[in-house]
Each structure stands twice: as structure tokens, then as C-alpha cells.
Design a protein around this ligand. Structure first.
Ligand code: NAI
Length: 387
């Protein structure tokens, strides 16, 4: 019998996760405290499936069968028969604690209780449970129906059985699963920080403008979007909040220091596409910014951001946040990087990466540029990430 799935929170993420599970034939109970939101989610799922029918992915009959797999409920009690429940509500620890402890009184003893949180500790969420070995992080990317990556995050309390069940279930949904330690930002939101942070720093130093930095990253690096275009998509309010939360969570490590430029843009309400203005202007009739396509400056920018990203990916391996393979999978499948950062490092030569980082560290004398110890060790031994 196919497992019964519960999803709490019928917003952006919850409704997408419910749709993914329903498409895989599960009976899904989607709960939200706001009844109007349930109605919006129902319409959203229907529209999204309509598009998939147009694309030929599903027939009209399959669409209605998927839709009938989702039951919309306004009370937690509606989730009592579920085998696995994924919470996707507001990012506030006290609210999550209250929901998880109420939930435990309703569900069976072996129901897995997962959170889709992006920034909170799974161990802390689990502390609200009596039987905490069933807590786990199951972190989808937006939009959940399209993005292949799911980070699975066991907490210190999580049992092996919970990990194995969660991994095999999410893999059966056709998702690419990576396992990662319960540390701030997990893999993607930690390793990707320099893509934004170093780009902002380069701008603040006056080396180049937004459009030129974006051009450098797409032209030389093959990234689908430059950092400023991407930040405007994500929203400067959201991206700044993630950066600040990772910075605080890492006890103010200068590697993760947020930028005044982004803070000011956020304070001014220049959030990006959603407000019509971010680093760029989106209102009709406004001129598009043109890059200065200076190949020498462009290459300097690209290499500086790339070695900072690689240094962060190496640190995630060094601190055993995730395996080499999972760090690379996370960045290619979660944020569409053109190559895995560690495979890229091998290709460029780890000694070349270390030299570039040492140049930055010598010039600035700032801790943010310190090369990772694992990188230094590997260069000394002549090792590579992939043999
Ligand atoms: P959202 O604001 O779109 O949806 C949250 C929903 O939860 C709302 O419909 C709200 O009515 C409901 N809700 C709030 N408190 C509730 C409660 N006590 N009981 C039942 N329902 C409640 O939020 P979104 O963006 O879907 O995020 C949800 C979670 O997913 C957060 O933990 C967030 O960090 C995480 N996340 C968000 C991503 C994104 O790109 N938006 C990506 C990955 C994770």
C-alpha cells in the first residue's frame, strides 16, 4: 500500500510538495490553518497540472486522479492516518514547536515528522517531540514540482530507520537526494553564499557595476544567471535575510558577512522583480544596463567569485556536512550551477585554486579569504576530489 503523506502549510512550498506526492500516486492530506489559502492551493495545483497536460506529461484523466489524491484539511486532526508529514509553515521556531508537539499527539508512533525549513535547526524542532528519533529535515527547492534536488537532514536525535525511510521515499518521487548535516544553510544555502557576497563585495570596491559582474559570471563561468539578476529574482529582502541568518548562525564568521549594499537596497524596498526595482529596474520603458565587456576585468571577477565558491564547497566536505558527490549534486541540481564546484576545482587544478585564494588572502589580510585547510592538505599531497 502506498504511504499516506501529510503536508502542513499550503503556501508556495507546501502546495508544490503535496502536488509532487500526489503525482506519485500517494494519498495526500494538505493542511493549512487558513481556509482561503487551501482554496488558493487547490486552484494553484489545478493550474499547474493543466500546464503539464498541455505539455503532454499527463492525460486529462490522470490530472483528475492526481487532484482527487489531495485532501484539503483545516485541522491537524485530519493528518492522523499519515505515515510521513512534511511541515512547510512560517519560519518561526516557536510556531514549529507548537505544531510538532500537537502533531505528535495525533499521529501513530512510527509516523515520520519532517520539516522543510531552510534555516532552522532540525535538532531544535525535534526537541518539541517525545519520540524525537522520527524527526528529520526534508528540504525542497522552489518550485518543488520542478527542482530535482531535495536535501535530507538527519538531526542528532534521528534514527537510522527514519533516515532510510525518508531517503527511499523521496527518491521514489524521482528526486535527487543529498544527505547533509544539521548545520546552518545545509549544503546549498551555505555553499552558494559567496556567489552573492563576493559579487557584492566586488561591486562595493568599485571594480565593476552590476551588469558587468553578471556578464563576467555568465560569459566566463557559464552560470545561467549572474548574481545580481539572481538576487533580483529571489528578492533582496529574502536573500539578505538568509545571508544574515547564516552569518549569525556561524557565530559571525567573516566569510558570511552580509553586505551594506544589499541591506540598503532591501531597506529602500528595492527587492527586485517583485517590486519593479532591485539592482536593476524592471518597469516598462526603463533602460537596461549594459555591461562593460572588458575581458581582463571580467576574468578577474569570475575567478575571484569561483575560487570563493570552491573554498566554501571544500569547507562543507572538510566539516563533513556532506560528501564530495553530494556537494556537487546539490549545486548542480539545486541551483543549476554549470558544474559541480569540486569537479571544477579538479579541472582547474587545486594548486591553481589555492594560489588564487592565497593571493586574495595576502592582499586583503582578511579572514574571509583564508584558504581551507583541506585544500592546503590536498595540494601538498597532490590529491584530487575525483580520481
Ligand atoms: P508561505 O508563506 O508561502 O506558506 C506558509 C503557509 O503556512 C501559509 O499558507 C500559512 O497560512 C500556513 N501556516 C502558517 N502557520 C501555520 C500553522 N500554525 N498551521 C498551519 N498552517 C500554517 O511559505 P513558504 O515559502 O511556502 O515556506 C514554508 C516553509 O518552507 C518555510 O519553513 C521556509 O523556510 C521553507 N522553504 C521555503 C522556500 C521558498 O523558496 N519559499 C524554499 C525551501 C524551503
Amino acid at each position: 500500500m502506498s504511504k499516506i503523506i501529510g503536508v502542513i502549510g499550503a503556501g508556495t512550498m507546501g502546495s508544490g510538495i503535496a502536488q509532487v506526492a500526489a503525482q506519485c500516486g500517494h494519498s495526500v492530506y494538505l493542511m493549512d490553518a487558513n481556509v482561503e489559502q487551501l482554496e488558493r492551493a487547490k486552484n494553484g495545483v489545478s493550474k499547474s497540472l493543466e500546464k503539464l497536460v498541455e505539455k503532454g506529461k499527463f492525460t486529462v484523466d490522470q490530472k483528475s486522479s492526481i487532484e482527487s489524491n489531495i485532501h484539503y484539511v483545516a485541522q491537524l486532526e485530519g493528518l492522523s492516518t499519515c505515515h510521513l508529514i512534511i511541515e512547510a509553515i512560517v519560519e518561526k521556531m516557536e510556531v514549529k514547536h507548537s505544531v510538532f508537539s500537537s502533531l505528535e499527539k495525533i499521529v501513530s508512533a512510527d509516523c515520520i515528522l519532517a520539516s522543510n525549513t531552510s534555516s532552522l535547526s532540525i535538532a531544535s524542532i525535534g526537541s518539541s517531540l517525545t519520540k524525537a528519533d522520527r524527526v528529520i529535515g526534508i528540504h525542497f527547492f522552489n518550485p518543488a514540482t520542478i527542482m530535482p534536488l531535495v536535501e535530507i537532514i538527519p538531526a542528532v536525535q534521528t534514527s537510522e530507520a527514519t533516515i532510510n525511510d525518508a531517503v527511499s521515499l523521496i527518491q521514489s518521487w524521482g528526486k535527487t537526494v543529498v544527505l547533509c548535516k544539521d548545520t546552518p544553510g545545509f549544503i546549498v544555502n551555505r555553499v552558494a553564499r559567496p556567489f552573492y557576497g563576493e559579487a557584492l563585495r566586488i561591486y562595493e570596491e568599485g571594480l565593476a557595476d552590476f551588469a558587468t559582474i553578471d556578464w563576467a559570471m555568465t560569459h566566463f563561468g557559464g552560470f545561467k544567471m549572474g548574481p545580481f539578476t539572481l538576487m533580483d529574482y529571489i528578492g533582496n529582502d529574502v536573500n539578505y535575510a538568509v545571508t544574515e541568518s547564516v552569518f549569525q548562525a556561524f557565530y559571525y564568521d567573516p566569510r558570511f558577512k552580509p553586505s551594506f549594499t544589499q541591506k540598503r537596497h532591501s531597506e529602500a524596498g528595492f527587492y527586485g522583480r517583485k517590486t519593479g526595482r532591485g539592482f536593476y529596474q524592471y518597469a516598462e520603458g526603463t533602460e537596461t544596463s549594459e555591461p562593460t565587456k572588458d575581458e581582463i576585468i571580467g576574468k578577474i571577477i569570475f575567478e575571484r567569485v569561483l575560487v570563493m565558491l570552491i573554498n566554501e564547497a571544500v569547507d562543507a566536505v572538510f566539516m563533513q556536512v556532506a560528501s564530495v558527490k553530494d556537494v556537487d549534486l546539490a549545486m548542480t541540481k539545486g541551483v543549476n550551477y554549470p558544474k559541480g564546484l569540486l569537479a571544477w576545482a579538479d579541472e582547474l587544478g587545486l594548486d591553481w585554486v589555492l594560489d588564487k585564494l592565497n593571493e586574495l588572502f595576502d592582499e586583503y589580510g582578511e579572514d574571509r579569504y583564508r584558504p581551507n585547510a583541506l585544500l592546503k592538505r590536498m595540494v601538498k599531497k597532490g590529491d584530487k576530489f575525483y580520481s
